[in-house]
Design a protein around this ligand. Structure first.
Ligand code: SF4
Length: 262
């Protein structure tokens, strides 16, 4: 059996992606990952038009905590659906994709959107600790080599704060911001999907928090890339005492109404 450690994985991908132009860095990284692991990494590349950032993908369902709305999950449809069906639960293949997304983002001076589809799960309803630690080590590697400070990536989790807080802090120290998607437990740095924005805002204010209605759902000219540069977006939600609000998307139309930010 081939034994590949995270350290070997990172140094191999780093050399492959740095040797050549930035535009083709991901192609070279994917090829190097396949050769090293003997199988493809999880999908990695332009996440989608909404983020305009490099992103990685995990399998929807097995990598998520138990979810009553799994059948209606947006990540099972469209291009994201195709990518998540090609993804695998294997921690190394997942970490390889996340590492490449973070390095590509650093080469572009932006941020990575980790697992656009899926979550931190292990396929049995628990958390895949090896994936969490691998992603954290990968972020530290990228930050050190590329001399970056502060967050270099963000993502969301449906695991509860009670289960995930320790992992969240580990990831934050490494440079990855994780937002909680649990609508029952609002806190600074939550990100919730709501149907009634007014009611959600009232609840957020009552909890002493601020609301940010996702700007990328207000205008196609607004993407995560632009949002983070101008408002701090999801990356700074926790520091700005904010809860990010999403309105469930209808089909391929990601625009839901007028901008409402504070
Ligand atoms: S709030 Fe900003 S960073 Fe977060 S998802 Fe929306 S556009 Fe992206």
């Amino acid at each position: 059996m081939q034994v590949v450690t995270f350290a070997v994985l990172f140094s191999t991908l780093y050399r492959a992606m740095l040797f050549g132009g930035v535009r083709t860095a991901l192609q070279r990284g994917r090829k190097a990952a396949s050769l090293l692991l003997g199988k493809p990494s999880n999908p990695v590349g332009d996440a989608n038009g909404k983020t305009d950032l490099p992103g990685s993908y995990r399998t929807v369902g097995p990598s998520c905590p138990p979810c009553a709305l799994a059948d209606a999950c947006y990540a099972k449809r469209g291009r994201t659906g195709i990518a998540q069906r090609r993804a695998h639960m294997d921690a190394l293949r997942s970490v390889a994709a996340a590492f490449m997304a973070m390095l590509q983002a650093s080469l572009d001076s932006v941020w990575a959107r980790l697992h656009v589809s899926g979550d931190f799960g292990n396929g049995r309803g628990g958390i895949q600790a090896s994936y969490v630690e691998g992603v954290a080590l990968g972020a530290e590697y990228v930050r050190k080599r590329e001399k970056r400070t502060g967050p270099i990536a963000f993502t969301y989790t449906h695991f509860t704060p009670e289960k995930f807080d320790t992992y969240r802090e580990r990831l934050r120290v490494a440079g990855i911001e994780v937002l909680y998607s649990d609508p029952q437990e609002l806190q600074a740095g939550s990100a919730i999907a709501v149907v009634d924005v007014s009611k959600a805002r009232a609840r957020i204010h009552a909890a002493g928090l601020n609301a940010l209605l996702c700007p990328a759902q207000q205008s196609k000219a607004l993407t995560c890339r632009r949002c983070i540069k101008t408002t701090g977006g999801c990356l700074e939600a926790r520091d700005r005492n904010r809860v990010v609000i999403f309105v469930p998307e209808k089909g391929t139309n990601r625009l839901v109404g007028e901008a409402q930010t504070e």
